[in-house]
Design a protein around this ligand. Structure first.
Ligand SMILES: *[C@@H]1O[C@H](CO)[C@@H](O)[C@H](O)[C@H]1NC(C)=O
Length: 382
């Protein structure tokens, strides 16, 4: 019961996320995401990258009105991010990539997401594939190698029914999905109260949280002034003479770009950054660039309040929202890069090197900090 109360505190708080895509001159595709959430109210919780070989069987929970639980076998090697909560894995997969160069990022979609009530799946519907929203990312990574194939299945009965599953004391986990492949195609997949299953081509290469992708794209029209080129300055006329107040600084092209942490503002900034960036030669450069881009969305602990709750000792404390981790998917070379909060060093796992048995590694890394002491490397000035 205590755990339930604590975990309700954990997940009922605000949640934000960011997803970005860049393409290098050599056509390499690199996708990045940040994951923001409220700090864990308990010890023994953490974020992990888990790996599995092709051929892994995933059995879904039994549906109340169906005989046999749906299960699927993965066709590809998959790495994905999951949360360990004291004694068990949380149901939700936060996203990942497969060795065909497809990535899925699960992003919160508060107030908009709606999935099928599992009690309403019965009769002939039981013969269809059916997965909870918490495992849809895993299903897509296990079964699809391109956005094109996924897109052609979305409106067909081949694609699973997506039902609502609770997680960590919450009756639902409201999410939408940003999917990218190594051809550079992007898709945003949403299940909404108004429209049901909806999907969009992600042309701009950015996604955040609510509202839906269509709304965010409309909102871009509010920023027609944003550009890479510098503006001349403020101009006016007085008694027949022209005046120009030219700024004594650079960066005026982006004057007025939102910099706050709300989802609409983060979308504008992310879309602007990825679409106004000058060239990146190759995947190596794109991975480095992506970490710099994600750093613009980094939320330090203490800025955003996730509300008040009780910690493990039962004391009333303020929980803060912050960037738990960042992940970068190199879809062209099949590697994932990531860093945690305390450990700022970047770790890398390539799908070609994952073990034969399902394996895991803590995203936070081994260090409380990631500093390298270079005192011994100081050399005399010549
Ligand atoms: C995952 O969902 C099932 C229902 O399908 C629920 O019984 C279980 O408690 C959930 N797990 C967690 C960690 O909340």
């Amino acid at each position: 019961m205590l755990l339930l109360v604590l975990s309700t505190t954990l997940l009922s708080a605000a949640f934000s996320c960011q997803n970005m895509r860049i393409m290098a001159l050599d056509k390499s595709v690199v996708v990045g995401r940040t994951l923001e959430f409220t700090q864990f109210p308990v010890d023994g919780a953490g974020n992990f990258l888990v790996t599995e070989q092709a051929g892994t069987v995933h059995e879904m929970p039994k549906l109340p009105n169906c005989e046999t639980p749906f299960s699927f076998t993965s066709d590809y090697k998959v790495v994905r991010f999951r949360v360990w909560f004291v004694t068990e894995w949380a149901n939700t997969t936060l996203g990942g990539m497969n060795d065909e160069g497809l990535s899925v990022s699960t992003l919160y979609f508060t107030d908009f997401a709606k999935f099928k009530n599992p009690n309403k799946i019965k009769g002939s519907m039981c013969e269809r594939a059916a997965v909870p929203q918490t495992k849809l990312a895993t299903y897509i990574l296990s079964k699809y190698s391109s956005v094109k194939d996924l897109k052609s299945d979305l409106n067909s009965p081949r694609f699973p029914i997506v039902w609502n599953q609770p997680d960590l004391g919450n009756p639902t986990i409201p999410v939408h999905y940003a999917i990218h492949d190594r051809a550079g195609r992007g898709l945003v997949l949403e299940y909404t109260k108004q429209e049901g299953l909806t999907f969009y081509d992600n042309t701009v290469g950015a996604m955040t949280n609510a509202p839906d992708y269509g709304w965010h794209m409309e909102n871009l029209k509010n920023y027609p002034n944003i550009q890479r080129k510098e503006w001349k300055g403020y101009q006016y006329q007085y008694q027949g003479k022209k005046y120009l107040h030219a700024p004594s600084w650079t960066g005026t092209g982006f004057t007025g770009i939102p910099g706050d942490y709300s989802s609409p503002s983060r979308f504008i900034k992310a879309a602007t950054l990825v679409s106004h960036l000058n060239f990146v030669p190759d995947a190596e450069g794109a991975v480095n660039k992506m970490f710099h881009l994600l750093n613009t969305a980094d939320i330090p602990q203490g800025i955003i309040s996730g509300g008040w709750g009780r910690n493990q000792q039962g004391e009333k404390v303020e929980f803060v929202d912050y960037t738990w981790w960042m992940g970068v998917y190199d879809l062209s070379r099949n590697c994932v890069y990531f860093r945690g909060y305390d450990d700022l060093s970047i770790k890398k796992v390539c799908l070609s090197d994952i073990p034969d048995v399902p394996s895991k590694i803590n995203v936070e890394g081994e260090y409380l900090n990631s500093y390298i002491d270079v005192s011994a490397k100081l050399v005399p000035m010549s």
